[in-house]
Design a protein around this ligand. Sequence first.
Ligand SMILES: [Zn+2]
Length: 100
Amino acid sequence: MKQSTKIIALERIQILIKNAISNSRTFPKLAQRQADLAKKISTRYRIAMPYEIKMNFCKKCKNFIVPGVNSRIRIGRTSLKSIRVTCRFCGHIYRKVIAQ
Ligand SMILES: [Zn+2]
């Protein structure tokens, strides 16, 4: 596959996710569809989703989650600096350590 195809595909993924995030509050169904489409493009062209985009998908139910809309983000209260992301669809919580 041509390298330029991958670049265009990645660009489309980023545009779709950006739109999905801005639509998530007003048009949740549309946002979900745009996120699904972005995911399909990434599998079709075998592109690894950039980390900041992967963060928008629940690791358990694979739903598209937007912070403040359908996921809750909390700072951990322990000495270990971390954030907790709670998915509002399945309640799955995952931790992300941000500093040691
Ligand atoms: Zn979930």
